[in-house]
Ligand binder design. Sequence first.
Ligand SMILES: CC(=O)SCCNC(=O)CCNC(=O)[C@H](O)C(C)(C)COP(=O)(O)OP(=O)(O)OC[C@H]1O[C@@H](n2cnc3c(N)ncnc32)[C@H](O)[C@@H]1OP(=O)(O)O
Ligand SMILES: O=C([O-])CC(=O)C(=O)O
Length: 371
Amino acid sequence: MTATKGLEGVVATTSTISSIIDSVLRYKGYNVDDLAKQSSFEEVVYLLWHDKLPCQNELDAFKKELAENAEVPDEVFRQLKAFPLNNTHPMAVLRTAVSTLGVYDSEADDMNEEANKAKALRIQAKLPTIAAGFARIRAGKEPVAPRKDLSFAANFLYMLNDRVPDEIEVRAFNKALILHADHELNASTFTARVCVATLSDIYSGITAAIGALKGPLHGGANEQVMKMLKEIGSIDHVEDYLNKKFANKEKVMGFGHRVYKNGDPRAKHLKDMSEKLTKKIGEPELYEMCVKIEEMMREEKGLLPNVDFYSASVYHSLGIQHDLFTPIFAISRASGWLAHILEQYSDNRLIRPRAEYVGPKEREYTPIENR
Ligand SMILES: CC(=O)SCCNC(=O)CCNC(=O)[C@H](O)C(C)(C)COP(=O)(O)OP(=O)(O)OC[C@H]1O[C@@H](n2cnc3c(N)ncnc32)[C@H](O)[C@@H]1OP(=O)(O)O
Ligand SMILES: O=C([O-])CC(=O)C(=O)O
């Protein structure tokens, strides 16, 4: 038995949800480029969960169901209000709140397929309400109740800012949600599948996945990108900053990918949005800095931006606080996690690989008085 560090190249399951072949990302066979340009996030979630794009009636009914399930039990917000508000990361809050949702769901342990599908919808619907609600609570404000007449993307921005967003903001946010929705067997999705393959409940699976997404090598990178851009401060400082990083052999967040070696197909959409939105808010230099970083990373390291690099300046331009970037990723990726969890349940086998033992060989036990 020989271990492969980080399981690189190991094929751990079959799946019908998304594919990455020759650097083309497809959800259920549809190119993500087409979905990003033409569809809504709700359509994409429907696709991931139902194997087909919805017709208008199906989409209307699905949107209605999501909107009707967006409110969260009072107990959840009561718990959030009791957290240390100034130094709790919103990803920790989201992770804990999903676990709490499970406590208040009387069907949490019902493993019937229909019950699990209904829970998937409830979780997807409630995540934005929790993330936006926490952002308001820590600012000393009351959460804004979700509206039934707004799209999923618009509703999140509305609950966050207590203002109905404009069309440009909604379109950009909707596209970002689509681009992050699923990505084959990434670390957090794998985590979710490992968890539920023990036949644990769906809330445990999503709680575990949020924990895995939080790390800076995965979803947490988008917040770190913004931190880096703030630290650099101006385009004139990019060169010095990166040269120091290279000299210290430090990683630059938002670059590199385990699967894409010739570029992440989602990055071009986010780059385009970043250019437009940074101009809209009067901060074009932020985009110019990103382009300069991209050029240097390509020349010096041969590394290209991943989905987290340009999404940072996109979310910043939408007025979103920087530590909410990864929770937003979680809200979108939950659609993929839930699709994978349902797929895992449908043909389950415990996931239990082996470890290559490299510790000490056989040793004689020494009684404590002789050590
Ligand atoms: C949604 C997502 O999860 S996308 C990824 C988000 N994460 C980031 O942006 C964090 C920065 N990037 C990284 O850490 C990595 O590229 C990962 C985690 C995404 C992929 O990791 P792996 O496939 O394990 O590659 P690994 O970390 O082994 O890197 C291979 C080599 O490239 C270098 N490298 C990889 N990414 C970077 C980077 N962002 N900056 C500088 N060097 C890098 C490594 O230092 C390593 O060099 P070495 O062989 O000289 O030691
Ligand atoms: O697939 C991965 O390794 C990381 C990920 O989640 C993504 O790129 O969306």
